[in-house]
Structure formats: structure tokens, C-alpha cells
Write a protein that binds this ligand. Structure first.
Ligand code: PLP
Length: 458
């Protein structure tokens, strides 16, 4: 069974800074009682985060009902790019709800039009057709279906192979878990699709060989004829470790796809909307995919996702053949439009780049100072991962990662439970409106936690 944080009150040392405030017992008895009620009514899978009930969240701060305040290094789970509780987004939601127009299925509504036009305008040529959905998994499922449909239609029934990457995460539905690269996540499937294969992801740590020839050799070892590949899909950066592929690898991959008539898809569900210090994460590679998936930061709030692609790919299905009940929901679309305009108006992409540099420097200093147990720091902009290992080696150390996240929570810094390979990556992803001062304070908390755990003061 996966790990859990303890559900018991801890008398914390009071914290009072401009960004954090904690006093008394964390969590208090009322919170514990409410969490017990949740546990009675929900599946065990819904447990697993630090025991806190969010009461409100504003900007880069999260509050409980007792007035305790955390710096948020989670953005929910990389959702609140523009910041939590932004007035502009709340106003758009309320305006649309008061109209009232709550839903229209695929009958058109004006917020849907505004959102697809805005996304289309922001996407580079020739990625101009936008299909709205509700969740990231729906988006990656759709990308999988489009890639295979395109391959088979263009190249016949044998052009159906999908290449994905080890350690990838694309969601928890059937297709998404098959293209995912986490064996335990797809054990339940049993009848795995033999035409979905995985190459190693060149992160330079878990896979030290980052050369493109390693990718080609893997395809050969898997006995896949490259001309039978319908598409290659990769997260723009792997969410589990905040790990990017080398720029040259991405460029070679683009060329390889072109040579073999395969589509290239990026899963930008985490990387989009400024997270990595560029509006689209794939801009950092100087490469354009044929289609890409969006979610999370698209609205900073309500469930919206999207697939954007070239016309020939997006128009493979006829009227009413590719739909979803909540596609283009007017309230979700209004929230997304307000969010994107806010990110652009406040230049939050630039802030992610600027403050992101500070974040990466602070974390790199932590990696250096605790090199024995922090095996690597990956990331760009305002997303990062600290890869915890057993002393001196590369074996993932989930216990240490959990202890760091737990201690930080008790000190007023909020991160979600460790993710990634071996569940040993401490993931850091604050809202893009965070300030340099708050980032430095938050990294100071991580350092303090590591000092306490290792007994080494740096
Ligand atoms: C890269 C990536 N793709 C897809 C998903 C799935 O999104 P959702 O949970 O909205 O289905 C996630 C979620 O964490 C993700 O990080």
C-alpha cells in the first residue's frame, strides 16, 4: 500500500512571517474529525496528502479555517497558474453563472467561441484547430486516438504503433495509462496494447544516455519498424521529476517523426500557460509538435482541457463523432478566457522565468549542500523536482521525500505528496504570481527540513 502522512495533531513551533502563519496544533481536532468523515465516504485512493482542509486560497497562499497560512508550492496540482482565487476569474465565473447559462453540450455558446479563438491565436502555425474537453486524461486519450487514426488512414492498418516514454504520466484512464511509463499504474490492464511501446526518457539522471541514437537503438531493440509508427507522444517535461529532454534530442525527434511520417504530440497538461517560463513549454525546444494537449493551468480553476493541432489531424472525425458532454462548457470556458487574459496582462510568463531563475538557483544550492541525499534537481521556470536518494547512490528514497514534505507542511510550506520514480521526488510548482521573496522563504523551509532530518547544518 502507498504511503500516507500521519493523521494526528502536532504542536508546532509558532510561525509568523509575511507569508506564513501557523500556531497551535496542526492539524487541529476539528480538521482531523472532518478528514475522518471524508475517509468514511471516499475510496482510500483519495487519501495521501498532508492533513489540511483548504478553506480559502489567494494568490500563492493557502489558508485553513483557523487562519493558518501556508506558502503554496503546489498550485493545487499545477492548476492555479494565475494564482488562487483571482478576482478576474471569479467575476467571469459569476457573470456567466448569473446570466444564467450553465451548460449547452455541443450547442455553441459564446465563451466557447472566445476560448477556442484565443487558444488558436496563441498557438503557432499550423496548430490552429482547438478541441475542448474537461480533463487532462481526456486530452491525452484524444491525442492517442487521433495519432492512430491518422496513421492508419494515411499508411494502412500496420501504421499504428505509438511510441511513448518510460516514467511518463499522461493520466489514469485506459489509454492514458498505457501510454504512461509507470508499470504499477497499468498492472490492472492485463491486455496491454502490443503496439504501444516505450523508449527511455533522456533525463540525464535516471537515463544518463541522452543521445538520440539511444532512442533509435531502443526502437530497433523493440523490433519496431519506424515506418509503422503512427505517433510519438511525450510530456513536454516529465511531471514525475520535472525532467526535460535535451533541446537537441527534441529536435532530432521532430526530424525522425518527419522522416517516418509519424506525428509528434506533446502533452502540455503541466507545461503550458507559462509554467516553464515560456507560454508553451515546447517553445523551449524550438520544436513544433503536430498536436498538443492542455489542461490544469488553462483556467487556474474549473475543469477544462484541450487538444490543439493541425487541421488534417483535428478534422479526422465527422460531425458528432468526437464530442464530450462538458466540452466547451460556458462557465469553464469563461473562467479559462479570464485566466489566459490575466496571465498575458500581468506578464506572468515573464515572472515565471524571472522568479523561476531564483527558484532553480536556490534549489540547486540545496542540491549541492545535501548532495549525498538529493541526487538531482530538475526543472525550468516555476517547476522543479528534488530527487531524493539513499546516501551516496541513485536509489530513490521515498521515506526522505515524504519526511521533507511533511516537515515543510508543519512549517507553513505546502507541497503535494512526493511523485515520480520510486515516489521520491519532492515537486515544487508555485503559482506563477509568486514573488522572489516568497520563493526564497519557501526554499529556506525546505533547507531547514533537510537540516533537521540529516542533522547536517549547511
Ligand atoms: C502531463 C499530464 N498529462 C495528463 C494528466 C492527467 O490530467 P487529469 O488528472 O486532469 O486527467 C496529468 C495530471 O497530472 C499530467 O500531469
Amino acid at each position: 500500500m502507498a504511503k500516507e502522512f500521519p493523521l494526528r495533531p502536532v504542536s508546532v513551533k509558532p510561525v509568523s512571517t509575511p507569508h506564513r502563519r501557523l500556531r497551535g496544533a496542526i492539524p487541529d481536532e476539528r480538521t482531523i474529525a472532518a478528514i475522518r468523515r471524508l475517509r468514511a465516504a471516499e475510496p482510500i485512493s483519495m487519501r495521501g496528502q498532508a492533513p489540511l482542509i483548504w478553506d480559502r486560497a489567494e494568490g500563492f497562499q493557502v489558508y485553513d479555517a483557523r487562519g493558518n497560512r501556508w506558502i503554496d508550492f503546489s498550485s493545487g496540482v499545477l492548476i492555479a497558474n494565475a494564482g488562487h482565487g483571482r478576482k478576474e476569474i471569479a467575476d467571469a465565473i459569476v457573470r456567466q453563472a448569473r446570466k444564467p447559462l450553465f451548460t449547452s453540450y455541443c450547442f455553441p455558446n459564446m465563451p466557447r467561441l472566445e476560448l477556442v479563438e484565443l487558444l488558436s491565436k496563441l498557438s503557432p502555425v499550423p496548430l490552429k484547430k482547438v478541441f475542448l474537453l474537461s480533463t487532462g486524461s481526456e486530452g491525452t486519450e484524444c491525442a492517442l486516438k487521433l495519432m492512430r487514426t491518422y496513421g492508419v488512414k494515411r499508411g494502412g492498418p500496420s501504421k499504428k504503433v505509438i511510441v511513448s516514454f518510460e516514467r511518463a504520466f499522461h493520466g489514469r484512464t485506459l489509454g492514458a495509462q498505457q501510454i504512461g511509463g509507470i508499470p504499477s499504474g497499468k498492472a490492472w490492464i492485463q491486455n496491454l496494447d502490443p503496439d504501444i511501446v516505450h523508449a527511455d526518457f533522456p533525463d540525464g539522471f535516471r537515463c544518463p544516455d541522452t543521445s538520440f541514437s539511444h532512442f533509435e537503438e531502443t526502437i530497433k531493440k523493440l523490433r519496431v519498424d519506424p515506418d509503422r509508427v503512427a505517433g510519438v507522444i511525450s510530456e513536454t517535461y516529465q511531471g514525475g521529476g520535472a525532467s526535460f529532454m535535451p533541446v537537441e534530442f527534441a529536435r532530432e525527434l521532430r526530424r525522425w517523426c518527419d522522416r517516418h511520417g509519424a506525428l509528434l504530440a506533446f502533452d502540455e497538461v503541466q507545461a503550458g500557460f507559462g509554467r516553464c517560463g515560456a507560454f508553451w513549454g515546447f517553445e523551449l525546444y524550438g520544436v513544433r509538435p503536430d498536436l498538443f494537449c492542455l489542461g490544469k493551468g488553462i483556467s487556474s480553476s474549473l475543469p477544462v482541457s484541450a487538444v490543439i493541432g493541425r487541421r488534417e489531424v483535428m478534422d479526422l472525425y465527422g460531425p458528432n463523432e468526437m464530442t464530450s458532454t462538458h466540452s466547451g462548457n460556458p462557465i469553464c470556458a469563461a473562467a479559462a478566457v479570464a485566466n489566459i487574459k490575466l496571465i498575458l496582462r500581468e506578464n506572468l510568463v515573464k515572472n515565471a522565468e524571472r522568479v523561476g531563475t531564483v527558484l532553480q538557483e536556490e534549489l540547486e544550492a540545496i542540491r549541492r549542500d545535501f548532495a549525498d541525499v538529493v541526487g538531482a534537481r530538475h526543472g525550468r521556470g516555476l517547476v522543479a523536482g528534488l530527487h531524493m536518494v539513499y546516501p551516496g547512490g541513485r536509489e530513490p528514497n521515498p521515506d526522505l521525500a515524504w519526511e521533507v514534505v511533511y516537515r515543510c507542511y508543519l512549517k507553513g510550506l505546502l507541497m503535494f505528496a512526493p511523485v515520480g520514480f520510486g515516489g521520491a521526488t519532492v515537486k515544487i510548482a508555485p503559482p506563477l504570481c509568486i514573488t522572489k521573496e516568497a520563493v526564497i522563504e519557501g526554499c529556506g523551509v525546505i533547507r531547514e527540513a533537510l537540516e533537521e532530518i540529516t542533522g547536517v547544518k549547511k
